[in-house]
Design a protein around this ligand. Structure first.
Ligand code: ZN
Length: 52
């Protein structure tokens, strides 16, 4: 639990590229830097966002 809920939420919305470690916005289909589709969420979540 961080001091700043807003910052925590922002972290949850970041996806990391497995190939180049670039940060991408949540929901990104591919890395904006290297176009890799190997993205993972910044933190593991029980629920996965389905659809988009
Ligand atoms: Zn990348």
């Amino acid at each position: 639990m961080g001091k700043f809920p807003v910052a925590d939420k922002a972290l949850l919305e970041i996806w990391i590229c497995k190939d180049c470690s670039a940060r991408n916005p949540k929901g990104a289909e591919k890395c904006r830097k290297c176009n890799s589709k190997h993205l993972r969420p910044k933190r593991a979540r029980k629920k996965e966002v389905k659809g988009k």
